[in-house]
Design a protein around this ligand. Structure first.
Ligand code: PLP
Length: 391
């Protein structure tokens, strides 16, 4: 029996140099809890990469989002607008604070928040807009900032995909009063599970430190600013272990290398799939101005039936392709906790046609060749195509 070629997963965590040595140092140091030497190093590096004035490492991107809604004091009676096409954590963060998520539609090309849909959803209860940059492609920041300013509301940023993206006058992670980063092992930089809260409004820093340290002012105590620490406000344990920070430090040291490797693969997909996509009526990810984080590469099939067929075709070839977010307004929890003022056709159409291709830094040229060969071997049946174009 001959084994077929090895399957190519959708994503695979990067191994950075020095991880085991750093872990050994932490374990030998008797300081494995948070806020040690590696936390300091990772925090400094994140400040450099993002341009955010203040950074706090957190236990996850989800927890950074939870801190964000609590830090702006969102609560019962408040609404926060967010795209339906996003990860559930952005909505959970709102519901856990007692506020209501209001789902709106996206730009059908990028999957990012559509500013007009945001504008239409603003009402007297709106406290904030929660924005996400899909694939690290900047959302329409100029329009969204203008809307937020006019309405007197805040922007919260979920930058899980877009660490370090800057250009055309935007720097992702510095747009919201806060921004959340994720270091889950499917993200560009990882430490297993982890995250960071970027704080762009300095008046929130002290409160964020307390919230992250179980509601105590222990950080101030450790800096010698108070002589005892105590329960100061509501908080939780959002502070990651030094073990996570030890790995994160190594990953961040190789950030430029990781990004170069990811962009190389992304660029190959974009150029080598273009002719096939054109002939098949498939739209390839096409970031405005070419700005993105090479976090993912997506394509949009002409119809939901073709999405299913294409996924099955790739899985048979051992290619770990995947769909993405089920729109939150159609999910069980989204219907229970959220509000959806208008139909969100574009989010539904986007999700039911989208397919992501494998993209991870240590993919070999051979792996990329195999993905491209499998993709271009898929011929869109002409009958289905004309049916799709009539829809
Ligand atoms: C991964 C991700 C999160 C959650 O981050 P965790 O670190 O896994 O909690 C939130 N939002 C988006 C857009 C993500 O991709």
């Amino acid at each position: 029996m001959s084994a077929g070629p090895k399957p190519i997963p959708l994503s695979r965590p990067y191994r950075a140099a020095g991880e085991l040595e750093n872990l050994e140092q932490v374990l030998a140091s008797d300081h494995a809890h948070g806020d040690g030497r590696f936390t300091v190093q990772a925090t400094e590096r994140l400040r450099d990469i993002s341009g955010a004035p203040d950074v706090l490492l957190t236990t996850s991107g989800t927890h950074a989002l939870e801190m964000s809604t609590r830090l702006i004091g969102a609560g019962p009676g408040d609404e926060i607008i967010l795209p339906s096409f996003t990860f559930p954590s952005a909505a959970n963060a709102i519901v856990l604070a007692g506020a209501t998520p209001v789902f709106v539609d996206i730009d059908p090309a990028t999957g990012n928040l559509d500013p007009n849909s945001v504008q239409e959803a603003i009402g007297p209860r709106t406290r904030a807009i929660s924005i996400m940059h899909y694939g690290g492609v900047p959302a329409d920041v100029t329009a969204l900032e203008c809307i937020a300013r006019d309405a007197g509301i805040l922007i919260l940023e979920d930058n899980a995909h877009g660490l370090g993206v800057q250009g055309q006058g935007v720097r992702l992670g510095t747009i919201g009063v806060t921004a959340a980063q994720s270091f889950h092992d499917t993200k560009n930089i990882h430490c297993g599970e982890g995250g960071a809260l970027l704080i762009n409004d300095p008046t929130m820093l002290l409160s964020a430190e307390i919230m992250r340290e179980k509601g105590t002012n222990r950080s101030q105590y450790l800096r010698g600013q108070v002589d005892k620490y105590s329960w100061a406000q509501i908080g939780s344990s959002y502070l990651p272990s030094e073990l996570n920070a030890a790995v994160l430090t190594c990953q961040l040291a190789e950030f430029d290398t990781i990004q170069t490797l990811r962009h190389r693969i992304w660029d190959r997909y974009a150029s080598e799939l273009a002719a096939w996509a054109d002939a098949a009526g498939v739209a390839l990810m096409d970031p405005p101005g070419g700005l993105h984080a090479a976090h993912l590469f997506f394509l949009l099939l002409p119809s939901p039936a073709l999405q299913r067929e294409f996924l099955e075709h790739l899985h048979r070839a051992g290619i770990g392709a995947a769909f993405h977010y089920v729109p939150l307004h159609t999910s069980a929890a989204g219907q229970l906790y959220g509000r959806t003022p208008v139909a969100l056709d574009r989010s539904e159409r986007f999700a039911e046609r989208l397919v992501r291709l494998p993209l991870w830094p240590s993919m070999s040229d051979d792996d990329v060749d195999r993905v491209i060969a499998a993709v271009t071997a898929f011929t869109v049946p002409s009958l289905l195509r004309s049916a799709a174009s009539r829809r």
